[in-house]
Design a protein. Structure first.
Length: 350
């Protein structure tokens, strides 16, 4: 029964971070994120762009403070230009923060894939070893038919191909992990908190989006910018001139655009919140299914030890349990990444 014990330890091995004799150093999510951000060269570029935007913003404010506001050009320098430079700087900061959160999402996604592919590799390796034993037994049996030998060879080759593909997939995710985190580091998945989305409220998420949703903020600031420009035009030009009419049209268009964007965000939040609840419910259901399958396997194991069921029946129960265990991890990944997407979009901290 050693084989049975080894296979049912797959999930435990995944959580422990041990892979085929290689011990990985487990990190908290915060530690992993800090390392990933530190190792990402694009963050330095974001910082340079931020420094340039700060210089432009400071210069616009310097000019505004020494500008006479009695003329059209004076008011443009005093109000319109500094406002737009502030918008540019703020959106740049928001995008830089979004880039950081996307790095954090990548850390989560790659870590989950690493554990999932690790589990697949362990299962494929065990399946190949067991298939090889069964094939050798067929070959060694004198009364085995040609059909049985051919079928055995087919099953063995199929399991070998599965194993080679699992090795390749796992090697690829190792490379991806090494790019984003230093070699030998991995997230400790036991520290991931599966929060309940039923504790979220639409109002909380929407209020966060009003401040943090980049497209919505940009639309809001554009509306304000067009209003400032229209007010300046109204003061210095008559209503019959083209500049006034165009400025008024642009402002009204900006108002409509913002209202439309606001509605789009409202609908998206409702959709995303419902999506989160559905993913969470399926995750909880799959965890229950996992417990049911484990209980079924344990009962079948007792029956096998007592001689009431065959080894093939026990192996079938075991494979079913292993598949459900991987499915739980996949559904957890889907839910956690959806949570991260909500944070990236709206800034909502759960």
């Amino acid at each position: 029964m050693k084989k049975k014990i080894i296979l049912l330890l797959i999930v435990a091995l995944v959580i422990s971070g041990s892979v085929l004799g290689v011990e990985l150093h487990k990190l908290s999510i915060e530690q992993a994120n800090a390392l990933a951000i530190e190792n990402n060269p694009y963050i330095t570029i974001d910082e340079l762009r931020y420094d340039a935007a700060v210089i432009s913003y400071d210069e616009a404010n310097r000019v505004a403070n020494i500008t006479e506001q009695v003329s059209y050009n004076g008011q443009m320098k005093a109000f319109y230009t500094p406002f737009n430079e502030e918008t540019t700087l703020t959106i740049l900061v928001m995008n830089n923060n979004k880039n950081i959160m996307n790095i954090e999402k990548d850390v989560l996604a790659i870590s989950y894939d690493y554990y999932l592919l690790q589990s697949s590799l362990l299962a494929a390796s065990d399946n190949y070893e067991q298939t090889k034993i069964e094939y050798d037994e067929i070959i060694a049996t004198s009364d085995s038919t040609s059909l049985e030998k051919m079928n055995g060879a087919y099953v063995l080759e199929d399991s070998r191909i599965d194993l080679e593909n699992a090795k390749y997939q796992f090697s690829s995710i190792e490379d991806e992990l090494e790019i984003i985190l230093p070699e030998g580091k991995i997230i400790d998945m036991s520290l991931i908190n599966i929060v309940d989305p039923y504790e979220f409220t639409y109002e909380e998420i929407f209020n966060s989006a009003l401040v943090n949703h980049i497209t919505l903020y940009s639309s809001y600031r554009n509306k304000q910018s067009k209003e400032i420009y229209f007010n300046i035009i109204s003061e210095f030009y008559g209503e019959t001139l083209e500049k006034y009419i165009t400025a008024k049209a642009n402002y009204e268009q900006a108002v409509l655009d913002y209202d439309k964007q606001l509605l789009t965000v409202e609908v998206a939040i409702l959709r995303d919140l419902n999506n989160l609840k559905t993913k969470y419910d399926y995750l909880q259901l799959e965890k229950l299914n996992q417990q049911i399958k484990l209980t079924d396997y344990e009962a079948t194991l007792i029956q096998y030890e007592q001689g009431f069921v065959s080894l093939s029946i026990l192996q079938g129960k075991e494979r079913t349990y292993e598949a459900i265990a991987s499915s739980v991890l996949q559904k957890e990944k889907n839910y956690i990444l959806a949570l991260k997407d909500l944070e990236i979009s709206t800034g909502y901290i759960y």
